[in-house]
Design a protein around this ligand. Structure first.
Ligand code: B12
Ligand code: SF4
Ligand code: SF4
Length: 379
């Protein structure tokens, strides 16, 4: 087999099937990454969403015995919505971050990788491939960095010279010894705009994140969001783009290369109030196709209440009172109480005082008491 010729054919085919950038690296262990992951774990900076087995994360041979190379792919996603929402005065909307626009990217990239695998096997029937996107063991960014897709920015993202950091990543381990590409030069230089833009100080230093402080992470949790972060979340109901929008490398970047990634404005910038009372079925129908629905309805509903509080939307008071009175999930009742305390109308105060008499959950009672104090202080 002529490996170099196959590499060129793979590159050519990847363009035909809508892979925006492709890079190759060898399958040797990711030694520096392993130390990094150990350190992040020791510091308590991990999100808990990462694959826990550090050996598997950093040694491709444990995932595919015959591993000889890794093909890294990147697909660019849009930054600006082409169709605007038809907003009426007073209507409040939440925001899904761009990595959750259009059809769930896991499906889109997996489909591209399947086509690539089929192509390689047709050319070389002895090929063995193992593909993954996000949920696999490998660290997609570390693979992409080594395969020359982009450099690792101070905001932690892989930044491509062509598409900025607005790219999804995926990879395929193969038994074919493709010649590796060279990593790119880091272009961050003296810039620190992402670190300054991060609302919660999650970027503790250049290229290092404390995931527990990151709004993207917080919007994906299911428990109470610690109070210190609630005001900073604003109207983000899934994910956060601030360290990318601040980046000069993303200036004027807005690629619309894949029809399935085009956002439906009503879906990714949805009205907030209807979210509070959605059934599971309604939630699935409205948001089920988005990457941002992977944690289910609860975090999105909780975040919607935080967003309504951010807007001090008095028209949401009666809906929030219903949640406080009727929802069987303490996180929902407690967050509703907090939101009512922020909005602070007479009706909100009366409802909080009533709830104070009947609420059984310790956590919720604490939220109610603080919310009442908050209203009294403002009055
Ligand atoms: C867990 C996770 C999260 C967590 C933790 C994020 C983090 N930075 O670690 C949370 C929930 C916070 C998160 C948020 C986001 N995520 Co995320 N996430 C992941 C996941 C599943 C694992 C990441 C991981 O292992 N982190 C551990 C750290 C240590 O490694 P890393 O950042 O991945 O790798 C770099 C560092 O290790 C660094 N490094 C290694 N050694 C050393 C040593 C030194 C000294 C330094 C400075 C750096 C350094 O180099 C590596 C390569 O850049 C990956 C998918 C995957 N399987 O890899 C997606 C992934 C990283 N996420 C992605 C995206 C898009 C996001 C968000 C933009 C989504 C959003 N809009 O809200 C934000 C961005 C937040 C940020 N600034 O990083 C994309 C990144 C695309 C890109 N262009 O880089 C990925 C690759 C998913 C995908 N397949 O496309 N995510
Ligand atoms: S995603 Fe948001 S909160 Fe997380 S590091 Fe970037 S700017 Fe900070
Ligand atoms: S904002 Fe500046 S420092 Fe941060 S990733 Fe972009 S270029 Fe690098």
């Amino acid at each position: 087999m002529d490996v170099q010729a196959l590499k060129l054919e793979v590159i050519q085919y990847s363009k035909e099937i809508g892979i925006d950038k492709i890079g190759f690296t060898n399958a040797s262990p990711f030694g520096e990454l392993k130390n990094r992951l150990i350190r992040q774990r020791e510091l308590g900076y991990q999100s808990g969403f990462e694959e826990p087995d550090l050996e598997k994360r950093t040694n491709p041979a444990l995932l595919l015995q015959e591993a000889a190379s890794i093909i890294s792919i990147a697909l660019a996603y849009p930054v600006k919505m082409r169709n605007r929402v038809q907003s009426k005065a007073g209507e409040r909307r939440g925001f899904f971050s761009r990595a959750s626009w259009g059809l769930d990217y896991h499906l889109v990239l997996k489909e591209r990788l399947q086509l690539l695998e089929k192509f390689i096997i047709e050319k070389y029937p002895e090929a063995i491939c193992r593909a993954m996107v996000d949920t696999g063991e490998l660290a997609d960014r570390a693979v992409a960095e080594r395969a020359g897709i982009g450099w690792s920015g101070k905001n932690c993202s892989i930044i491509t010279p062509e598409f900025g950091s607005y790219v999804y990543l995926g990879e395929m381990i193969t038994n074919i010894p493709f010649e590796p590409d060279k990593p790119l030069e880091d272009r961050c230089g003296e810039c620190r705009k992402c670190l300054d833009a991060c609302p919660t100080g999650a970027l503790v230093q250049a290229g290092q994140i404390n995931a527990n402080r990151c709004i993207s992470f917080l919007t994906q949790t299911k428990d109470f969001i610690p109070e210190e972060y609630r005001d900073k979340i604003g109207n983000r109901i899934y994910g956060c783009d601030s360290c990318q929008t601040a980046c000069p490398e993303n200036k004027r970047i807005d690629f619309h290369l894949h029809s399935e990634m085009e956002p439906d404005p009503e879906q990714v910038k949805p009205l907030l109030k209807p979210i509070l009372t959605m059934s599971n079925r309604e939630f699935k129908a409205k948001f089920g196709s988005l990457a941002g629905s992977w944690r289910g309805k609860k975090p999105i509903q909780r975040n919607a209440m935080i967003a309504l509080a951010h807007f001090k939307d008095e028209s949401a008071v009666s809906d929030l009172i219903q949640v406080l009175k009727k929802d069987d999930r303490p996180v929902m009742r407690g967050t509703a109480a907090w939101a009512l305390g922020k909005i602070g109308s007479v009706e909100a105060r009366l409802a909080l005082e009533k709830a104070q008499q009947v609420e059984q959950s310790e956590e919720v009672i604490i939220e109610i008491n603080k919310a009442i104090e908050n209203i009294v202080r403002v009055d």
